[in-house]
Design a protein around this ligand. Structure first.
Ligand SMILES: *Cc1c(COP(=O)(O)O)cnc(C)c1O
Length: 382
């Protein structure tokens, strides 16, 4: 087919092919560790740790189409994807430049594990884009950025990092979990490798832990080689579930985007909420840039409640529809306090500097009717 297919069509069909008579419309789960192979064949065997189980292969192909990459691979968690993507481009003695605004688990991976492997990491404040070039060393091999960021939803301009990466032959890795390929495709903005926690929007039903890496064929071959040796393959049933979830990715994102916007606008009109962090609002520091690069602003909204920690606790205890739980991006609305989850290892002082004072709650708007989400928030505020 020559016509470029829309995201929703791709999310449902991958690359559409006519089915033979009497074939299942939905691919079966190949819940098999191993597969028969021809006697005397020297070809690589089929084995579910190798990432060549049909469920793993179909899922990866579909995701690659959505990101616009040559290839992709799924592994058993977002952290697994982050670790392998970096290990594919870094060696002991190498230097990694990372944004300072990253997922807590990623920060620990860099600080506790990468340093142990002899990989040095320097953190850059993305608010000072000139710092990127100043921090490059002879040994710098890669740049890592997460965008949009958790939980203040900063949308980072990748242009300076992409330029440095191109000039110096470095790899630019981007964790795009919070946007999903429906809202933002990092490869279109100069990234070489996309990392995503498929646990979040890709799967979208809060019932699977999974991760993915997308990029060039050679990068994905290296990630696959590492996966075969370090052992993070995705289980066939988990792969089947993520593929099922992805069929509705585009329509879910439309609703997440609508609900996020509706809740953010409502929240800005409330006196008990001091500040709303949502890149689709003109009050957000990245509004202009976000509007130019994102196809939607997602369902993630940061709310700063008047009255700090006590007010947040009272508010959270009154919620009925919205569930108090970490994680995000499922069909159900979830809310959490970063000071107890992603940012618990920081002091209050450090959190304030990152724009996350006590009283900050992070809301993941699900797919419920926006009026019902807002009504629940409203009754909990009063
Ligand atoms: C959740 C998350 C991860 C880690 O993913 P897991 O699937 O929990 O391992 C990494 N990056 C971001 C931005 C996340 O939100």
């Amino acid at each position: 087919m020559k016509r470029k297919l829309g995201h929703s069509t791709v999310a449902i069909h991958g690359a559409p092919a006519r089915q033979g008579d009497w074939s299942p419309v939905i691919p079966p789960v190949y819940q098999s560790s191993t597969f028969t192979n021809p006697v005397g064949s020297g070809e690589e065997v089929m084995y579910s740790r190798y990432g060549n189980n049909p469920n793993q292969v179909a899922l990866a192909a579909k995701y690659a189409l959505l990101e616009g990459s040559e290839a992709a691979i799924f592994v058993s968690s977002g952290m697994g994807a982050t670790a392998l993507a970096h290990l594919a481009v870094l060696r002991p003695g190498d230097h990694l430049l990372s944004s300072g605004w990253i997922y807590g688990g990623t920060r620990r991976l860099f600080d506790e594990e990468f340093t142990r492997l002899g990989i040095e990491v320097t953190y850059v404040n993305p608010d000072q884009p000139r710092q990127w070039r100043r921090s490059v060393r002879k040994s710098t091999r890669a740049i890592f950025v997460e965008t949009p960021t958790n939980p203040v939803m900063r949308v980072i301009d990748l242009t300076p990092m992409a330029q440095i990466a191109r000039d110096g032959g470095l790899a630019l890795l981007v964790d795009g979990t919070f946007a999903s390929p429906i809202n933002f495709r990092p490869l279109e903005h100069g990234a070489d490798i996309v990392i995503t926690s498929a646990t979040k929007y890709l799967n979208g039903h809060s019932d699977v832990i999974a991760g993915a890496v997308a990029g060039s064929t050679s990068i994905i071959e290296e990630v696959t080689r590492l996966m075969m040796l370090w052992g993070q393959s995705i289980d066939p049933h988990a792969a089947w579930l993520v593929e099922r979830g992805m069929r509705t990715l585009d329509v879910r994102m439309q609703r997440h985007n609508e609900n996020g916007m509706a809740v953010a606008r409502w929240a800005e009109s409330r006196d008990q909420i001091v500040r709303v962090h949502y890149p689709g609002l003109p009050s957000h520091p990245d509004y202009a840039y976000a509007t130019s690069v994102l196809d939607g602003f997602s369902g993630m909204v940061g709310l700063e409640l008047k009255g700090g920690a006590r007010a947040a606790e009272k508010f959270l205890k009154k919620l009925k529809l919205i569930t108090h739980a970490p994680s995000l991006a499922g069909v159900e609305s979830l809310i959490s306090e970063p000071r107890f989850t992603s940012h618990r290892r920081m002091t209050e002082e450090q959190r304030i500097r990152q724009g996350i004072p006590d009283g900050f709650v992070r809301l993941s708007c699900g797919l419920e009717n926006a009026e019902d989400i807002i009504a629940d928030l409203e009754q909990a505020l009063s």
